[in-house]
Write a protein that binds this ligand. Structure first.
Ligand SMILES: CC(C)(COP(=O)(O)OP(=O)(O)OC[C@H]1O[C@@H](n2cnc3c(N)ncnc32)[C@H](O)[C@@H]1OP(=O)(O)O)[C@@H](O)C(=O)NCCC(=O)NCCS
Length: 438
């Protein structure tokens, strides 16, 4: 029986358990092995290694448990030099919403780490290749990651498909336009009710929002057990649901940080997540969050850059950026299926030549796009433009524009008007947005 969810393929071939790395031994006898398929003990060791590489200390127990719920150990890998684990990377089976609202299978790459003693010898390159081969074998058309550094992954065909903004908003400047919905109300919910309400509200949201990921039960279980492992903050997380006629329109998760200037309260409300199905839901939640006594400031984490919250404010300038950066990086592992999986705002045809230093996406592809769907196949027709695999991947979810890339000198246009045609085809009316870290 089909529930409408995309199905993973049983891989026709899986990488052998142990793959000799191509890197030649060095004078000091450097010889390492990549092992795919981790035991529970291997996984814990990898999590420790990654924690030390990223933060200088092993991760808290809860964080490891949370990650263990997302990743597939059988598809994760470590690299050993003799008995010593010197690097590794984990794979998470994910489901990504693409423009038009379809969900596609994706492979998340995470916990990427190489010990300082073994860097710049091609270990990351080997792991990225092994991850991509395994993902294709499972029928996943894209690979996704969140990059600790922005300069590493373009060479492997990844591009930043979504951006995130962290805002700050002084409460004194947070006057909202219009009147509140008379039928709506904000209701605080305790942890046990949040456990059942939030996943359902999020599920409706993520199915409509290009760039969003499904959150499996293991994600919600880890969140319910200890939300700090997911939002990596401190402070007791509180939840508010906004309802109209008992129909949930959205929720917000926030914590309250007390700051006293002598006896004057200067508290901060940090909003970890604000998910709304409707304009009135977002309005109701924002009204609630901007009216919490003793607070003088709001911090809103991981919002879309084109956040409609700005246009609720009487003074839009008050929504000030603390940080704006890339978030979800995308790599197309199967260009034909990936480009055919999404919908396009207008109908049109485009022939793109893809330059991919890894060779995986190299080739010329004809895209026949329309608002109802698309087809894509290899072609020998002349190309309209040439684009790097990582730049096309950045445009895939509709957030990055071809005109912008052309202004940056990153596209070769071969037929008149091709860049603008590509822009109109790929760009979506709103920015793609991903709120789920893995
Ligand atoms: C980033 C990291 C995984 C790279 O691993 P590595 O085994 O040294 O990488 P490789 O030797 O396979 O390098 C592959 C390519 O990436 C480049 N590269 C590696 N690390 C880079 C970095 N930090 N910034 C820019 N380029 C980098 C290499 O120069 C090489 O380029 P080229 O082959 O195109 O000339 C490793 O340095 C590490 O664990 N760093 C700490 C954790 C971290 O920053 N992770 C970021 C990724 S999430």
């Amino acid at each position: 029986m089909s529930d409408g969810r995309p199905r993973r393929r049983s891989p026709r071939h899986i990488l052998s358990d142990r793959v000799e790395l191509g890197a030649p031994p060095t004078e000091s006898g450097f010889s390492v092995k990549l092992e795919l398929g981790l035991s529970a003990a291997d996984f814990r060791e990898l999590a420790q290694l990654a924690g030390i590489v990223y933060y200088g200390a092993p991760p808290p127990e809860g964080e490891t448990v949370c990650l263990a719920g997302l990743i597939d150990p059988g598809r994760s890998m470590v690299i050993r030099d003799g008995d010593e684990m010197v690097g590794g990377a984990a794979t998470c089976p994910l489901e990504l919403t693409v423009p038009g609202g379809r969900q596609v299978l994706a492979a998340g790459l995470t916990e990427v780490a190489v010990l300082p003693t073994h860097r710049r010898r091609g270990l990351l390159r080997q792991m990225v290749a092994a991850h991509a081969q395994d993902a294709r074998a499972h029928g996943e058309m894209v690979s996704l990651l969140m990059a600790t550094e922005g300069g590493v992954y373009h060479r492997f065909g990844y591009g930043p498909g979504t951006m995130r903004a962290d805002w700050q908003l002084a409460r004194a400047g947070a006057t909202l336009r219009g009147e509140p919905n008379a039928r709506g109300r904000a209701r605080l919910v305790a942890a046990d009710e949040a456990e059942t309400l939030l996943p359902a509200i999020f599920e409706t949201h993520r199915r409509r929002q290009a760039g969003e990921l499904a959150r499996p039960p293991a994600w919600w279980a880890a969140y319910a057990n200890d939300p700090t492992v997911v939002y990596r903050g401190s402070g007791l997380l509180q939840h508010v649901v906004y309802e109209t006629d008992a129909d949930p329109q959205g929720y917000a998760a926030w914590y309250f940080q007390p700051v006293w200037n002598g006896s004057i309260p200067d508290h901060v409300v940090t909003v970890v997540e604000l998910i709304a199905h409707s304009a009135s839901g977002a309005d109701g939640l924002l009204r609630f969050l901007t009216q919490i006594d003793l607070s003088t400031r709001l911090v809103l984490l991981n919002r879309p850059v084109d956040d409609p919250i700005r246009w609720r404010l009487t003074d839009p300038r008050q929504l000030r950026p603390r940080d704006v950066r890339d978030f979800l990086w995308v790599r197309m592992l199967d260009t034909e299926r990936a480009l055919a999986s999404r919908c396009y705002p207008i109908a049109g045809t485009l022939v793109v030549e893809i330059a991919d230093p890894t060779g995986v996406a190299t080739g010329r592809f004809r895209l026949d796009a329309s608002p109802d769907g698309a087809s894509c196949s290899r072609t020998t027709a002349s190309a309209d433009l040439t684009v790097a695999a990582g730049d096309l991947a950045a445009c895939f979810l509709g957030g990055v524009g071809f005109v912008n890339l052309a202004h940056a000198g990153q596209l070769d246009e071969h037929s008149d008007g091709a860049v603008e045609r590509a822009e109109r085809l790929f760009r979506t009316p709103t920015d793609p947005w991903c709120s789920t870290q893995f």
